[in-house]
Write a new protein. Sequence first.
Length: 399
Amino acid sequence: MNESIKAVHLAHTGGTLSDVSAFGADVTARAVAFHQGLPDYAPTPLADLKRLAAGLGLGRLAVKDESGRFGLNAFKGLGASYAVARYLAQYLGLSESATTYENLTKPEYREQLRKVTLVTATDGNHGRGIAWAAKIFGLFAHVFMPKGGSTERLANIRGLGAEAAFTTYNYDDTVRHAANLAKERGWVLVQDTAFDGYTEIPRWIMQGYTTLAHEAMEQYDEMPTHIFLQAGVGSLPGAITGYFTARYGENRPIITIVEPNRADCIYRTAAASDGERHIVTGEISSIMAGLSCGEPNPIAWEILRDHADHFISVPEWVAAKGMRILGNPLDDDPRVVSGESGAVTTGLVAELMQNRSLDYLRDAIGLTKDSRILCISTEGDTDRTNYRRVVWDGLYPSY
């Protein structure tokens, strides 16, 4: 496959833009309050990489490190727990204000909730989040992973008590498999992408991610000028873009969406700009497993189409570069153990500032010595074997 850094800019002029009120201040406040009531909640740290920023010629570069989130080594527990809680409250007939961990785990609800079985498809991190949410609420969960996935990630899901297995399908067909089983067996599909007739739970998952944005803004203590967000189906970047747009409107940071060349459905959709979602089909073999999705989440795409600025598709080595940079900090910068999907945005920022052949793209995005950048390391070393291959040996799979 001929891999390269490819980019497209979408200008937002005229017309009616998509509504982002579902990610506004009131919604975020409810999500934050819910998460603060969960066992072991703590804000994840913001690594302020001052030496790296200076070395790259930037004003500031800070990375939100999600490796410690709820002991899951990734951010996905935020969306999973919030969506499961919202569903359970609805199932029990509780009000939205009563959607708390304390209420949902009361003994009087235990027998009713035994009838609830969750099911989902995952590349690893989302499924682990669902398994954890099922465990803390006393539910049973089935988790399906696409063929060729990480056995370590599968074991981590099983370790939380869920029934987990590989399928013979790619990611998007695995989602369809889980959805079909939910219909056939009366299970509850908790999936982080939407499709016809299935939007409520994916939106709840996205709303759960606003807690991450809220924490980051409190920690950053000033407005970033630029945010770089990695995308699989687009739920995380859609939520973060919705959060910043709802609060700051036209004064929000410049937002850049980053995907692997091998699964760049959102970039292709933005580049085509024809009103259709564009799908990557067949086997998807990126080391960025969490981003290896071929079909954009339509809820997220509407937000990104109207409120994100730049869409970039990158080769595998960009993620590997980011992993090495974050794992080997300059001087007294904090170390961030970041997995393949978590590190790709930092890798791209560094490449934009170091590679003169990309000056045109750096200038188009508006990166200067005064730029204040926020990246999110969405996962730690969720596949430790591959992490070491990349960071220790300088290797990554070549498919």
